[in-house]
Design a protein around this ligand. Structure first.
Ligand SMILES: Nc1ncnc2c1ncn2[C@@H]1O[C@H](COP(=O)(O)OP(=O)(O)O)[C@@H](O)[C@H]1O
Ligand SMILES: [Mg+2]
Length: 284
């Protein structure tokens, strides 16, 4: 009887080991599939503008044989400029994403005047929004507390969210960016638009790197589908949360909650040890 129990225990152990091995294999396969999808999307994002640069640079260099007019040359030079600018933005985004994923991302931890940050970010989009026939306003509540964090990264979050709101809202619509005190001394920022909106499924997709819900809405020069995932990751690195509420054809609201500055614990990060003076915020 004792022997039988031992045999049974052995069998159970072996079965568990097999199951664990299977799970690990499935997880590795999934990770490598996600990785290769990422790489294939990434190469597409890099190739498209690069081909524009190569093709039009060649055309311009042959302007004589091709009898190009001055206007045509200027047009092609502008296309090259836009493609190269886009390429740089995509490369920066990809570097950001992989740095964040490697867990080596370091954030500055400083006292941040969120109100100033919000007003400046909104001002930066004003001319663009007006030319698109959109109303854009910033509403900063007087009770907004200062938070602790990396002003450059928080600016990046705001820019990513506002650029989306402006991009996905048809003429006549409005975008409202508000900042107020949240619970427990923290802050809440909301970017709300009356744009095309998303279904629940599309919201999930929008938070996945490189996923663009509707390719026709996002011409290649306007983004690679990394803005929202980066914004979410940066907010989480601050110990905060990013939530997307959206309703098809009605609009979208992205709500960012940042913790009270007292809750952000700061420890020396890798880069700080290398002497850059940057700090690593506690990761969630
Ligand atoms: N405010 C918004 N309204 C509607 N759709 C949005 C909004 N913000 C993001 N999306 C959807 O999520 C996708 C991913 O956004 P993002 O990561 O910023 O990439 P990109 O701006 O390069 O398309 C967008 O392509 C769009 O389909
Ligand atoms: Mg975007």
């Amino acid at each position: 009887m004792g022997e039988y129990a031992t045999l049974l225990a052995d069998a159970v152990m072996r079965q568990r080991a097999r199951e664990a091995e299977h799970t690990a294999r499935v997880e590795t396969e999934l990770a490598s599939r996600v990785k290769s999808e990422f790489i294939s999307n990434m190469s597409h994002e890099l190739r498209t503008p690069l081909n524009t640069v190569i093709g039009f640079a060649k055309l311009v260099s042959e302007y004589d044989q091709r009898r190009l007019s001055g206007d045509q040359i200027i047009e092609y030079a502008n296309l090259i400029h836009d493609a190269a600018t886009h390429l740089l933005a995509v490369i920066n985004d990809i570097l950001d994403i992989s740095k964040i994923q490697s867990g080596k991302y370091t954030l500055d931890a400083r006292e941040v005047e969120l109100g100033d940050l919000v007003n400046t970010a909104v001002a930066g989009f004003k001319a663009n929004a007006t030319s698109l026939g959109l109303e854009l306003e910033a509403v900063v509540s007087p009770d907004l507390p200062a938070v602790r964090g990396d002003p450059g990264k928080l600016r990046q979050v705001l820019n990513n969210l506002i650029s989306n709101a402006v991009k996905f809202t048809p003429p006549g619509g409005s975008v409202r960016v508000s900042a107020k005190a949240g619970e427990d001394d923290g802050a809440v920022i909301s970017v709300r638009d009356t744009g095309v909106g998303m279904t629940e499924e599309e919201v999930k997709l929008s938070l996945t790197p490189f996923a663009q819900v509707d390719a026709s809405h996002s011409r290649w020069r306007e983004g690679a589908g990394l803005g929202l995932p980066i914004a979410k990751a940066l907010v989480q690195l601050h110990g905060g949360k990013l939530k997307v509420n959206s309703s098809k054809s009605i609009g979208t609201e992205v709500i960012v909650t940042l913790p009270s500055r007292h809750e952000v614990s700061v420890s020396r990060g890798r880069d700080a040890l290398l002497g850059t003076g940057e700090m690593n915020l506690r990761q969630e």
